[in-house]
Ligand binder design. Structure first.
Ligand SMILES: *Cc1c(COP(=O)(O)O)cnc(C)c1O
Length: 462
């Protein structure tokens, strides 16, 4: 390589502001600088290999440096890299839209492209809001609000943050945000004062119904992460929750927006999470895995019914005035199309289901460790909630350093994973083998064990 790892480290710290990162702490550590990837592995600038246990932030599907995906990009780049979708069309974006309409659940038939999950959410919110205004601005004058769930995460732009419910990320921006209506989310592990999973589900649905009943005429849409609230710490919803949320939306005339940015493209064991409960959203947001982890691309899909409300003469002002410069980018769309074709050809969904089932057995061993409070899994999406005391469910404080120790130990052992609050998350590349998944579980076991022992040692000498 042209540059030494020391040079790169110096310039990284000097010039790059990393997302979701306390840069003061970052400066004190040796950064993890990736140089290349191959299959399930990332290689740093010193040539050390690491299992990519977070699928490069939940995006990678077939593994790094996939020959077929590379070819799709080469093929496209020899034709053209980008032209605009504003007032003109391009070949890959047409073919991908047709494909997306075919594979997404329910009646979704119109594709609006963007480049990040957050933008896909902004677009869904704006479409839902304008839909009612376009239908009847007088009758629906008050349909201006959105319902979202406690601990929801829908992205980092201002609209997406407005419907977010994660206090740590969102509190500071409160004065900038529009009002949301918060519904309780069924976080069974931390709500067991209400009873079992069924009771928690019933409680949340009842609260939601009260909100919709009393404020339905002020609510344009409800946004939900189907089956799993990812960023909140892999909160897995009770079976049937999503279906009942859908029915409540229908009853109270509220558009259902499913944010499948994290759970879409096979992560939970079906191509889309909605499929598992036969749910037909009015709008869906997709991103992350859409290009197999190759290019920034996202999309918002909606139904003919919603789309029809935007059709009118130009002077009626029903046009959807929204668009991003790189909307429908050819490189991104062509690699996304190939990604979906490969998911089908390689029968990836079936293999995710089978591997996930086998992996459960390995993961359950983590319960041998006393600081493991809860293990939550849907497909290849896993959260391990770490607690100081299993009975009281008391959490460690940041200063105990236990959670960060686990991540550091895992990295030393060649596995990259991340934490979300007190939750160790495992988001393997979907194409990982059983051997690689088992290796992940083993490393996590050892890392938790060692971090717990270190903590106990320090406590005992205090
Ligand atoms: C990651 C994520 C987003 C935001 O996507 P970006 O591409 O990071 O903007 C939105 N919703 C959910 C559920 C996500 O997991």
């Amino acid at each position: 390589m042209q540059y030494t790892s020391e040079q790169l480290e110096k310039w990284d710290k000097k010039y790059v502001w990393h997302p979701f990162t306390q840069m003061q702490s970052y400066m004190e550590e040796k950064p993890f600088i990736v140089e290349k990837g191959e299959g399930s592995y990332l290689f740093d600038v010193d040539g050390k290999a690491y299992l990519d246990g977070y699928a490069s932030l939940w995006v990678n599907v077939h593994g790094h440096n996939d020959k077929k995906l590379n070819e799709a990009l080469y093929e496209q780049i020899q034709k053209i890299a980008h032209s605009t979708l504003l007032g003109s069309a391009n070949v890959p974006s047409i073919l991908l839209a047709k494909k997306l309409a075919e594979i997404t659940p329910g009646q979704l038939s119109k594709v609006f492209y963007s480049d990040t999950g957050s933008a896909a959410v902004e677009i869904a919110l704006k479409i839902a809001y304008q839909y009612w205004k376009n239908l009847d601005p007088v009758k629906y004058a008050h349909k201006n609000k959105f319902v979202s769930f406690n601990e929801a995460y829908h992205g980092d732009t201002i609209g997406a943050v407005s419907v977010g419910g994660m206090d740590l990320f969102h509190r500071i921006f409160k004065p900038l945000l529009f009002e949301r209506i918060a519904a309780p989310s069924p976080y069974t592990y931390r709500m067991n004062h209400l009873g079992d999973e069924e009771s928690v589900k019933a409680y949340c649905l009842q609260e939601l119904e009260v909100l919709l009943q009393t404020q339905g005429n002020e609510i344009a849409g409800l946004i939900i992460e189907p089956l799993v609230q990812g960023a909140a710490g892999i909160i897995t919803h009770p079976r049937g929750f999503l279906k009942e949320v859908e029915q409540l939306c229908r009853t109270y005339n509220v558009l259902l927006i499913c944010d499948e940015v994290a759970v879409g493209f096979g992560r939970t064991g079906t191509l889309f999470a909605c499929e598992q409960e036969d749910v037909e959203p009015d709008l869906i947001c997709i991103g992350k895995g859409i290009t197999g982890g190759y290019m920034p691309l996202a999309a918002t899909l909606t139904t003919d019914k919603v789309f029809a409300a935007f059709l009118a003469n130009p002077d009626e002002n029903k046009t959807f005035f929204h668009g991003h410069t790189y909307t429908g980018n050819q490189l991104a769309c062509s690699v996304a199309l190939k990604n979906i074709e490969l998911i089908e050809k390689r029968e990836l969904i079936k293999s995710v289901q089978e591997k996930a089932k086998r992996w459960t057995k390995q993961l359950e061993k983590l319960y041998e460790l006393s600081i493991v409070g809860d293990i939550r899994q849907r497909g290849l999406m896993v959260g391990v909630e770490i607690v100081k005391n299993r009975d009281s469910k008391e959490m460690f404080s940041i200063n105990d350093g236990v959670i960060s120790q686990i991540i550091t130990r895992a990295k030393e052992k060649g596995l990259i994973i991340r934490q979300l609050g007190p939750v160790i998350t495992m988001m393997p590349i979907l194409a990982m083998t059983d051997e690689e998944l088992n290796k992940m579980a083993e490393i996590v076991y050892e890392a938790i064990k060692e971090a717990a022992e270190t903590y106990q040692l320090i406590e005992s000498t205090k």
